[in-house]
Design a protein around this ligand. Structure first.
Ligand code: ZN
Length: 68
């Protein structure tokens, strides 16, 4: 019984790992800007008034508020 429980837990973990990979395949930055998130340049001076994060070169913020 205990062994069965452990293997079930393992398969759930594997499912999570797979969904992470699926998520990475659909990178929003890449789809919208054709860039990876780490290739997008961020402004040092301009910050999002909503969440306080830096605004990227497209005037957008991760929270979706945008810089303009
Ligand atoms: Zn924001």
């Amino acid at each position: 019984m205990a062994a069965k429980k452990a293997s079930a837990k393992k398969s759930i973990h594997r499912k999570v790992e797979k969904s992470k990979k699926e998520y990475r395949k659909h990178d929003a930055h890449k789809e919208i800007y054709n860039k990876e998130y780490h290739e997008v340049k961020y402004s040092e001076e301009h910050r999002c008034p909503v969440c306080g994060s830096r605004i990227d070169e497209n005037g957008m913020c991760a929270c979706g508020a945008g810089g303009s």
